[in-house]
Design a protein around this ligand. Structure first.
Ligand code: F0G
Length: 456
């Protein structure tokens, strides 16, 4: 069955069609780090689904209607109305992107030494917890450890471990549930799990927040996979999820279907007052928070469109289709397929490359060299423990490559092309070389490092 994308194309943007010799030169120039490639080098860009979305005609129109008044702009109130209807939270601040909401929340809510407990903190979320002088603890459920299991909600938190953390000696300052669980294979969190978390957090008097970057995609997977939700609309499911928590941080560059934006929202008026002060000092006045009126109006419209079942169905089907085609071609990914990304199992595809030669990175480089496809490693290069010379001390638990799929940007033909490139690589995986680090920055290694192909 073809995927019926529920939109037609009104504006087109050419994508570069390059040759292998061109890509070899580009990759050498980039120090074999896809983050150093430029847009004109890349044919299919699966580096991130964040801020890479296509706007709808209605969003463009909303952008034209926008009001750029400094304080109290009409655009803010349109944004606020949509967010209130969706989340039910009384206090709500726009911010320029998700990590700004994280910084404001953690520096305001947490005291140094406290612990933030999560199904999995996203990397900026962890960094913001740590920069607030606190500890970020991930407690993913047991099923998450088996990449091949088809358990439907591998994004859940381990409830026993959560109870242990709340009842233990540590001072837990917040429970944060990431929906969907980006750091954990893009897997969804069940409503049953969220309900249990809400109960436990209330029992121990600890605030419960959502990291809601992909709230609509989580709602879709609940609708499809959780008993009792087949007849509940994704919007209603999303509302129920927000209703269980005390507030949320969200990067709206994902399910806001825009290019920039985020929000921080909550019920507690006293906490909101304190957050507002930090917001005004560091992001902008409370009715714009670092965004333009145009951004706010386009977000208000995007937040309505993102829960449309026809849109969510086509997007989820596209990801599942790519997962199936890749598997048929010989490349496994974390099962079951989520919505925003495919996490390829590079460790399994390239067993001849040991972790210290970065098999995930090797597959990411090969996808670019073979087909101009850009994606990011999630393995030992990013998550492993390295010494100052780039020697691997402790490998990551898995060697994965994330193919993150921008919203409404690529068609089924593009996905067929990607599957064909993957299939080609899987025909002679032993030809893919490993990589050695030549420059190892101390901080934010994966963004800035340089590598070379290793012949050993
Ligand atoms: N939380 C989650 C779950 C995320 O995936 C991201 C960003 C953030 C927070 C931070 O939001 O970028 O707006 O500041 N994820 C992007 C990605 C970068 O590619 O997965 P931000």
């Amino acid at each position: 069955m073809p995927i019926m994308e529920p939109y037609r194309i009104k504006v087109v943007e050419p994508i570069p069609i390059t040759t292998r010799p061109y890509r070899e030169k580009a990759m050498a120039r980039a120090g074999y780090n896809p983050f150093n490639l430029t847009a004109e080098d890349v044919t299919i860009d699966f580096l991130s689904d964040s801020g890479t979305n296509a706007l709808s005609a209605e969003q463009q129109a909303a952008g034209m209607r926008a009001d750029e008044t400094y304080a109290g702009a009409r655009s803010f109130f349109r944004f606020k109305d949509v967010v209130s209807e969706l989340t039910g939270y009384e206090h709500m601040f726009p911010v320029h992107q998700g990590r700004a909401a994280e910084r404001i929340l953690f520096t305001t809510l947490l005291k140094p030494g406290q612990v933030s407990v999560s199904n999995t903190h996203f990397d900026t979320t962890r960094a913001n917890v740590e920069m607030a002088g606190c500890v970020a603890r991930d407690l993913p459920c047991q099923e998450a450890a088996d990449l091949d299991s088809d358990a439907p909600f591998k994004g859940d938190i381990d409830l026993e471990a959560l109870r242990g953390a709340l009842a233990g000696p540590d001072d837990v300052g917040v429970v944060l549930m990431t929906i969907t669980n980006n750091g954990g294979g893009g897997q969804p969190v069940s409503m049953a799990n969220l309900e249990a978390v809400a109960k436990l957090a209330a029992e121990f008097g600890v605030p419960f927040f959502l990291d809601a970057a992909r709230f609509a995609e989580n709602a879709w997977l609940v609708n499809q996979r959780e008993p009792g939700y087949r007849d509940v609309s994704p919007r209603e499911i999303a509302r129920k999820a927000f209703a269980l928590a005390d507030g949320c941080v969200a990067s709206l560059k994902k399910d806001g279907i825009v290019h920039i934006g985020g929000m921080l929202a909550m019920r507690d008026p006293e906490l909101a007052k304190r957050c507002e002060l930090v917001l005004i000092a560091t992001e902008g006045f409370r009715t714009y928070g670092g965004l333009s009126g145009r951004d706010l109006d386009m977000l208000a419209q995007g937040l309505l469109e993102v829960t449309e079942p026809t849109y969510l169905r086509a997007r989820a089907e596209a990801t599942a289709y790519l997962a199936d085609q890749a598997r048929l071609g010989g490349v496994d990914s974390v099962r079951p397929a989520g919505v925003h990304a495919l996490y390829l199992n590079a460790g399994r595809l390239l067993p001849h490359i040991p972790p210290e030669r970065f098999p995930g990175h090797a597959l990411a480089c090969e996808l670019y060299l073979a087909g101009g496809i850009r994606c990011a490693e999630l393995g030992s290069l990013y998550l492993g423990e390295l010494d100052d010379d780039g020697n691997l001390l402790k490998p990551a638990p898995y060697e994965l490559v994330r193919m993150a799929i921008p919203r409404r940007v690529y068609t089924q033909s593009h996905l067929e092309y990607v599957a064909e490139v993957l299939t080609g690589i899987a025909k002679a995986p032993e030809k893919v070389p490993g990589y050695r680090l030549t420059e190892v920055p101390k901080l934010l290694r994966h963004f800035n490092c340089r590598l070379e192909q290793a012949s050993d």
